[in-house]
Design a protein around this ligand. Sequence first.
Ligand SMILES: [Zn+2]
Length: 64
Amino acid sequence: MVRRCEVCKRQFDPSYQNTSFHRFPQNAELMKIWEKNIGKENVSNEARICSDHFHISDIMFSPG
Ligand SMILES: [Zn+2]
């Protein structure tokens, strides 16, 4: 499966030194906030978002 950013649809590429791809939060409350921020609803569990859309310091959830 190709990893693609849910927001900008950019495809994951390890050569992007300054861009990381992240899973959406597993926490339902946090997920609602993220969905609101990106203007989407019912985002897939498999969706990824690239770091262009938020500041790294905003990541308040634990990976996994
Ligand atoms: Zn993106």
